[in-house]
Design a binder for this molecule. Structure first.
Ligand SMILES: Nc1ncnc2c1ncn2[C@@H]1O[C@H](COP(=O)(O)OP(=O)(O)OP(=O)(O)O)[C@@H](O)[C@H]1O
Ligand SMILES: [Mg+2]
Length: 329
């Protein structure tokens, strides 16, 4: 390549010397002939150099361009199939999560029922017997009567604990419908936290199935627990509306609000679990929050009668914990 350049430059230089020579000593045709030879050689040198231009400019040749394009096309196909595989595995995971959630709720229900029907009934029978003993020993065996009275107290405490365990596993009030369960949950929240809590619900008449009602109830439960644990709020409002096709719930607190990283804390599953539950029902969950500005949780689900994806098939929609949006005022 350098040799070709050198030849080209030498020819150009010779041409200049010849031109200078013919200017000083015009010698008829000899100058013109030399010029013509030099021009032909220059064109030949240019033709030899032509394919080197892209190399000099570091442009890829047509062949390598084709190779690069083919490689890129291969990578695009690979990436598309990887994306498809990822989508499928996410759908399977969601299906699995929905299935596990259903099993967990069923299991909670079963354990609650067994505790109630077995342990609860036995405790009740024991209490009846002990209270009869207590009544019969009151006059003739005062010492024994005192001990039986204490045993009665223990039985009552145990019965209260059993009732609390059953309620934690699955609040019996859920069987009376979502509205009753929410009212119960809000009263519990008021009792345990002394935070002012306003509840507004409309009653469109449309009912939710057990799966939907349980999911909404659990989301509310987690949300109120979070408010008690993290928000330092003085007031909370819960607004639930339905139009027969869709259900919306908004839970607002005036607490300390959340930092962006709060949503992705390691080993914290409350918010993730909420999003997962709502996603399984084909709904949406959004959290608007900023430090010092409280937290607003919006959720909506389509009601089952109007084509909510079935959990049995796992074909739920996406509910994601959205990145912090600008605080809505
Ligand atoms: N209403 C709220 N106000 C302020 N911060 C909140 C609120 N809700 C959640 N947070 C923040 O978001 C974080 C994540 O909440 P999340 O419910 O996922 O986990 P957690 O409550 O810490 O633990 P758990 O897994 O037991 O629920 C909390 O640790 C808290 O910092
Ligand atoms: Mg939590």
């Amino acid at each position: 390549m350098f040799l070709a350049f050198a030849v080209f430059y030498v020819i150009c230089g010779v041409m200049h010397f010849v031109e200078i020579g013919t200017e000083w000593h015009p010698a008829g045709w000899s100058g013109a002939i030399i010029k013509a030879v030099a021009a032909v050689m220059a064109v030949a040198a240019a033709a030899v150099l032509w394919p080197l231009i892209p190399v000099m400019l570091q442009l890829p040749s047509r062949k390598s361009m084709h190779e690069v394009i083919a490689q890129l096309e291969g990578e695009i196909v690979e990436r598309r199939s990887a994306e498809e595989a990822l989508r499928q595995s996410q759908a399977i995971l969601r299906e699995l999560a929905a299935y596990q959630e259903k099993i967990r709720e069923d299991e909670r229900k079963r354990i609650a029922r067994e505790i109630h029907d077995d342990l609860g009934q036995n405790l009740l029978a024991l209490r009846l017997d002990v209270s009869i003993l207590h009544a019969r020993t009151s006059e003739r065996h005062p010492n024994l009567n005192e001990k039986i009275g204490a045993a009665l107290g223990h039985i009552d405490t145990t019965m209260k604990s059993v009732r609390a365990i059953i309620n934690n596993l699955r609040p019996a009030v859920l069987d009376l419908g979502l509205h009753a369960a929410i009212e119960w949950q809000v009263n519990e929240f008021r009792r345990l936290s002394s935070i002012e809590c306003e509840l507004t619900m409309d009653h469109h008449g449309a009912t939710l199935d057990d799966m939907q009602a349980t999911a909404i109830f659990r989301v509310l439960q987690e949300s109120l627990t979070n408010i008690r644990r993290h928000a330092c709020a003085t007031s909370v409002s819960i607004d639930m509306r339905t139009d027969g096709r869709q259900l919306w719930m908004v839970i607002t607190d005036n607490g300390v609000g959340m930092y962006p990283n709060d949503r992705r804390k390691a080993h914290r599953f409350g918010l993730v679990g909420m999003a997962e539950r709502i996603g399984m029902l084909g709904g949406e969950l959004r959290i608007d929050s900023a430090p010092g500005e409280g937290t607003v949780l919006h959720l909506s689900i389509p009601m089952r009668a109007h084509g909510v994806p079935d959990v049995a098939t796992g074909m739920g929609g996406d509910a994601v914990i959205a990145p912090l949006p600008a605080r809505q005022t």
